[in-house]
Ligand binder design. Sequence first.
Ligand code: ADP
Ligand code: MG
Length: 677
Amino acid sequence: KASVMDGDNFDYEEMEDALEKSRAKSALEALQEERKKLPIYPYREELLQAVRDHQVLVIVGETGSGKTTQIPQYLHEAGYTKQGMIACTQPRRVAAMSVAARVSQEMGVKLGHEVGYSIRFEDCTSEKTILKYMTDGMLLREFLGEPDLASYSVVMVDEAHERTLSTDILFGLVKDISRFRPDLKLLISSATLDAEKFSDYFDSAPIFKIPGRRYPVEINFTKAPEADYLDAAIVTSLQIHVTQPPGDILVFLTGQEEIETAEEILKHRTRGLGTKIAELIICPIYANLPTELQAKIFEPTPEGARKVVLATNIAETSLTIDGIKYVIDPGFCKMKSYNPRTGMESLLVTPISKASAMQRAGRSGRTGPGKCFRLYTAYNFHNDLDDNTVPEIQRTNLANVVLTLKSLGIHDLLHFDFMDPPPAEALLKALELLFALSALNKLGELTKVGRRMAEFPVDPMLSKMIVASEKYKCSDEIISIAAMLSVGNSIFYRPKDKQVHADNARMNFHTGNVGDHIALLKVYNSWKETNYSTQWCYENYIQVRSMKRARDVRDQLAGLLERVEIELTSNSSDLDAIKKSITSGFFPHSARLQKNGSYRTVKHPQTVNIHPSSGLAQVLPRWVVYHELVLTTKEYMRQVTELKPEWLVEIAPHYYQLKDVEDAGSKKMPRGEGRAQ
Ligand code: ADP
Ligand code: MG
């Protein structure tokens, strides 16, 4: 780098600084120009007037019109941040982060200063923050510390049409506080036209429509149903790339794994296309994509090349990627479903709704005429797809939300002001579970255990496991396990050409058939012993990124332990103590081995299996407790640990009786049968 040169009174550093500043300034000016081109811009004054005139406003506008990035800035420019922060909620983590990044650029400030975001386990805000983008779940948690949201002057519940569980609960809570906080402005914004419903719910709040610019979209269906939509999507992408005029492609897939597979195949096949074909830039985007790579989808496509974005539902309305001309819609998404009878929850690949299909198609006609390729038939569309997606509140486990509401002092859940009420059965099931976990007493009131559990931003079974670790004196180990579990299934990786090595490395942590939870603990502790070495991760086929995240989560859990006054104690030599802690939270997830090597859940008998990735998949202990169920070809238990059946009665005497856990198997099933030992 140049510095001040001898005999030269020219300060290069100063000059570079000045250059840098002027570059930043012109970038900022360019961004300001872009802001003015958004469909919402001509309505700025009218919108601000409507906010002045009404406490609650429903705002409707096409995706990409500028609702999320512009409205909070307009309100800030109009002075609303003088009285408090502006909160803008997003159903998805990635959207909160990416939008906050964009707005901080537009305002020329550092992300985390005036503009920040807050998502679970990651708070990127500071004392200075005035515009706060956050997940709906985080705003819900803020009610726990500040029931009147006094630090906010405006709450914008964005992407309201997504109707996530947290958004639906927020509706009830913000409606309530708006009554005794006349100074609080409430904006409900949505990308679709069911605005009437929002308006009705909020006592006939006025609807502000932002007219969108929309170009015609040509819709193509397949003639016959596709047997393999992933392959069809890849083939279609390549066909568009080779035969169609310039314009980027957006493909809707269901999840990270599918996106990674598609990415790999596309890379492989484009290599075979030769040099005459333009470059195809492949950009994946899904919830767990590392932040550095998220920005890539927004980079303009270089002249002569084409971009193909492989996205989950996140690109349906939460994120707008400019330049998309072609949309490929296989017609599926991953959706939670919940069986209130058994209390089992699973994530299933499910056909989308007609409303979703329209949104997806619309993504191609934002900047010019577009084309949408639906990988299903017109008959399918008209006859098989539901009109709208069922709100999450009607298809999910409510235990977490019920615990939060109880902590907020809301006892009468049946009469909570739900926009669409959850099934009574699901509410009951949630109360039952919280009672079983000792979070509620017989009268449905929050117990001390429940109060402590509510401090942790995790599901009740997990928070109970953490709180129970006090008794077993192993909180140090348990929060490591909880942190590793909450990172999901991205700890180990298994490159296609090194599967055997990767599997061997993984099995090292399973020595002694300790079970998956303790294996995760071993991974964490070994990494810690190497002083968090990246090299060690490479050698053991472990994702550094996931480990770092686990470390962050663990730090936060440690902080929360302190808050609920649980001492950090280590009891690493007593594996039974650790397993009992796990069982204290997860006893409703117990299963017993059957003769044929599958398992049967104890409470609501259902056949399940140990996931092949589990360290116990070949061991088949007689009794196990599992973290979660996933349905692929079969119903699989993921993250499994062996338990002793008498623990169930010891730990949850109100839930299990002796007859539930009597090892009937020892009579019917000769010892050792079904065990691969
Ligand atoms: P809406 O909320 O109405 O769907 P947005 O405010 O999200 O609209 O988007 C307005 C514009 O800002 C779009 O053109 C979009 O591409 C752009 N934009 C949003 N986020 C980013 C980002 N992270 N990087 C670059 N551009 C972005
Ligand atoms: Mg938006």
